[in-house]
Design a protein. Structure first.
Length: 316
């Protein structure tokens, strides 16, 4: 099998590169390194099963030879990133999806779109099922990411229905693990790095907003099972164990033994108050559910951030 992964040098994309190579795939990793890092894939350079292309997928994509699968994971994903790069985020969700689908069409390949729980916006239904249409502010600051992914889903289904492309859509909920960036901007890496440095732990809002955190190896396994399935409608992949942001901060303080203080700052505009996946479809269709308990996942992730910070934070 020969698989193209856009955004393959990113946090999740790079883990997918590793996973598929271990499954015997040849992997073509495409990334313009806007938010991805060569550090994430440098260990694969020289591997005959791996090829890296520095390219912006919002421009036409050319890959020589046959392709069996196209996995479209290119996009800024952290609020701090898509607020800094709003136009690029919209373009990779629209033009990047168009070009990636075009590659799949030309190569007669399967196509898998990395969508997100953010298509549900600030949800009024809890937990979130795939048949919930969402509650999204299209003109708010987060709309550049939310609507880019909603558009990408619509385009994926249009190519499936009109061009008969064999498509998949995974809606990814909060994921964590090694290779997250120190300056990612999301709660979990922020809390870990602040605790390790002895800085104040910054919570935006009152800390009662909830999230559900899935360890990256569980997510990648779910994505692979979806790729092998015959399911074309969106499927949630995430860990349904819901916790408050305040609880997460306290768990990380206990894990690190840090003396950092928790401080509260105003919550960002349109920040979701609740987030929890209903994974009934993933269980029934894919036979998938997460295996890594949060305490174990946090320990593994903390070890990674300790190593990064001890090396001077080179991997940002």
């Amino acid at each position: 099998m020969r698989t193209v992964i856009t955004g393959g040098a990113g946090f999740i994309g790079s883990h997918l590169c590793d996973y598929l190579i271990n499954k015997g795939h040849e992997v073509v990793c495409i990334d313009n390194l806007l938010t991805g890092k060569m550090d994430n894939v440098v260990h694969l350079m020289g591997n005959s099963q791996f090829r890296f292309m520095k390219h912006n997928v919002s421009d036409y994509i050319y890959v020589d030879g046959h392709v069996d699968n196209v996995l479209h994971f290119a996009s800024p994903a952290s609020p701090s990133d898509y607020l800094e790069f709003p136009i690029q985020t919209l373009k990779v969700g629209s033009l990047g999806t168009l070009n990636s689908l075009g590659l799949a069409k030309a190569k007669k390949a399967k196509f898998l779109l990395a969508s997100t729980s953010e298509v549900y916006g600030d949800p009024q239904v809890h937990p979130q099922r795939e048949d919930y249409w969402g509650h999204v502010n299209p003109v708010g600051p987060r709309g550049v990411y939310d609507e880019a992914k909603r558009f990408a889903e619509a385009m994926t289904m249009a190519y499936h229905r009109y061009h008969h492309i064999d498509t998949r859509i995974v809606r990814i909920f909060n994921t964590y693990g090694p290779r997250m960036r120190v300056k990612d901007g999301r709660a979990l890496p922020n809390f870990m790095c602040q605790a390790l440095r002895g800085d104040d732990i910054t919570i935006f809002g009152n800390g009662l907003q909830t999230r559900s955190f899935c360890y990256v190896s569980d997510l990648v396994e779910g994505i692979y099972r979806l790729l092998l399935s015959h399911e074309h409608d969106p499927v949630n992949i995430g860990n349904p164990e819901e916790i408050t942001i305040d609880q997460l901060a306290k768990e990380i303080l206990a894990l690190t033994g840090s003396k950092s203080e928790i401080v509260f700052k105003p919550i960002p505009v349109d920040d979701p108050k609740i987030r929890q996946p209903d994974i009934s479809r993933a269980k029934s269709i894919l036979g998938w559910e997460p295996k890594v308990v949060r305490a174990e996942g946090l320990r593994k992730t903390l070890t990674y951030f300790k190593d990064v910070l001890s090396s001077g934070g080179k991997t940002i």
